[in-house]
Design a protein around this ligand. Sequence first.
Ligand code: UT7
Length: 329
Amino acid sequence: MQRAKIISTGSYVPSKRLTNGDLERMVDTSDKWIMERTGIKERRIVAEGENTSDLAYEASKIALLRAGISADSLDLIIVATVTGDMPIPATACFLQSRLGADNAAAFDVNAACSGFLFGLSAANAYIKSGMYRRVLLVGAEALSRFTDWEDRNTCVLFGDGAGAVIVEASDGQSGVMSVDIHSDGNYWELLNMPGGGSKYPPSAPSEEAAANRLYYIKMKGNETFKIAVRTLEKLVLDALEKNGLKASDIALLVPHQANLRIISATASRLGIGMDRVMVNLDRCGNTSAASIPIALDEAASGGRIKDNDYVLLEAFGGGLTWASAVIRW
Ligand code: UT7
């Protein structure tokens, strides 16, 4: 049976750094609070005129170059994002045009922070069904454009960036072993951005939009935190069981980078030491759908993953959504 194999990775983060010190001058917060509660030290912010598709393009160029393939050989482009350039068209279409991927279909996936793994699930299914052989999957976000810079509860958390992978049909032992995706829309109010859709379109009274700051990301952090920890603990144990693996078989855990306390709780529940966990949120913050592919690229290009290693990916985010994947590299 054919497997979907990640044959290359790439990532890109904007050059502008926003440190906790910078945030101290913007809202009532402190480096100490942010470090203790989240583990984030700094995050990257898009430049004026730089959009989500630009980040996706830079990450994709690297992944294509490393795979040694041209963009016109792609069958499909999936971009996971909640901060696309425009509501129409899909950011994947901008990326397709920019890359010259003339033979690829292109669409976006919205599953918030779990978006990359939802995209991987789709890529995996297309490849296993035989419908497509080569997929470019990207997680890309310009969250800073939708961050309420007056709300200390959220503005210290987010960052911008993109990560890309090329997923290809392969006959070997390595590749995606499992991808599991889950949603529970009953909890939509915990994490959302109300404005911009059919509920609060541009024609809605502008006083309402201004009063509620509808066009910014809102999160009930503490409630989300508790559900995340509980859900992820079960998710990762289920992923191991499904593949007949023990925690000691996992060479590297690559978690969504939302909060160091959530990451350590998951690792500790698995019995995996932090030396086998990829962490970059100190430098990147929470980049939603981009967080796993950026971390995966840093791990792979930094030599932390070797051929045939088992890698466990997990994510939790707005929707609510949550997902895991086990990959034999
Ligand atoms: O990525 C998608 C999914 N997202 C997540 O999984 C994130 C989940 N949530 C979190 O990471 C954490 O809940 C936060 C980092 C957002 C918040 O940490 P917390 O330990 O849950 O803090 P809290 O919301 O319970 O707030 C504790 C206190 C409050 O003050 P009082 O009411 O105790 O006086 C907040 O007002 O900390 C205050 N606070 C801050 N203080 C300084 C909230 N934000 C800040 C801030 N600086 N930036």
